[in-house]
Design a protein around this ligand. Sequence first.
Ligand SMILES: [Zn+2]
Length: 441
Amino acid sequence: MKRAERALRVVDGATKRAERAPRMVDGATKRAEPLLLRGGLVGGRRQDVAIRDGRIERLGAPLDAAGYETLDVTDRLLLPGFVESHIHPDKAFIADRTQGLRAGGPTPQHLVAELKKTFTVDDIYARARRVLELAVRHGCTTMRAHVEVDAFVELRGVEAMRRLQADVAGVLDLELIAFAQEGIFHDTVTKDLLREALKAGLRVLGGCPYMDGDQRAHIDWCFETAQEFGVPLDFHADSSDDPAQLTTDYIAQQTLARAMQGRVTLGHLCMLDVLEPAHRARLIGQIREAGIHVISLPATELHVKARTDTRRTWRGVTRIGELRDAGVNVSISTNNIVNPFTPYGHPDLLRQALVTAMAAHLGNLDQLAWLPELITTNPSRALGLEGYGLAPGCRADVVVLDARDAAQAITEQAEKLYVLKAGRIVARNTRTSELSLPRRG
Ligand SMILES: [Zn+2]
């Protein structure tokens, strides 16, 4: 390990703000040496993991270490690199520029729309970079980010995020969504700007039907444009508690009609929680049949939902357990970071796993054991990642946790001791405690 550690190089933070972010190590420029992770826990068993040319070569116990640098991770839990499948770095770290949510006050959409007009490319780049640095520090190796494209911010977010995408290559795979946060029918420019963004290389189209009066027309335009450009779709959908506004059934119908099964993702889906049980079961069946991926965003729902309900405090998180039991591919993601949507948002998927356990009745031992799927294998399927996982031939994207199993990792919010991207250490974290306790009597 000594040589591998010496090979790490600290790079400068991009801005003053970024200086408070963790130091990043430059994994992009050097070829990774063959590496042997010694004694980690994979699938509940102690195994060595041999890594060569950025991929997992083999697993076993014990493996011959000749020709490898070794890293002792004995009895530490190994998980595949975390996948942020729904996140907004372009509007992160702006909570201090505006008021927060309050009774009778403006919506978060309204507050952020005003701020967006003043965003510059450099401003977006600096704030988004800080998000990415923190995400890597917390074990994220692949991220799919929404980039807002509209009359307020035009293509400045696209320019900033494209630059960032190139700058983090090799450390974090960053996929970008051209996202219609403001709807598409309020002005004459947004549709063309979204098309420009897709031409510029953004690989996913993101719709937001509830921002337009005619939700179905919005959905139709998204499907037509996605088919024209050959890109998958990612909708923010059904985030309210009014079943009269439901669109998921129509999105499922269109997905099947246009043979886009497996290429449509749906974020929020809060409305599912308030449907009558029979209706809910029917809708879940339609989601599964259409191969729609669902992403829940628990931290944002807990902060934003039911602000006007005087009778009860609806928490707004979709039925994650029921979706999973029915065979739907369901994930969780961070969504917003330090803005009016989630002032305490932080790009740490292990934290989201704990929030989910608490918010979605998923805290028994069985559930804690499978919760990591929601931040690893499930979002990797939603993004269509090739070679993902801890198996021979897979990309060596690995998180080493200071815990023996998932329940402990989530409960104690265990430190991510090492984060590996394609076999290279891109983050190393330690946590030190000193306790002074009396001896047992
Ligand atoms: Zn979102």
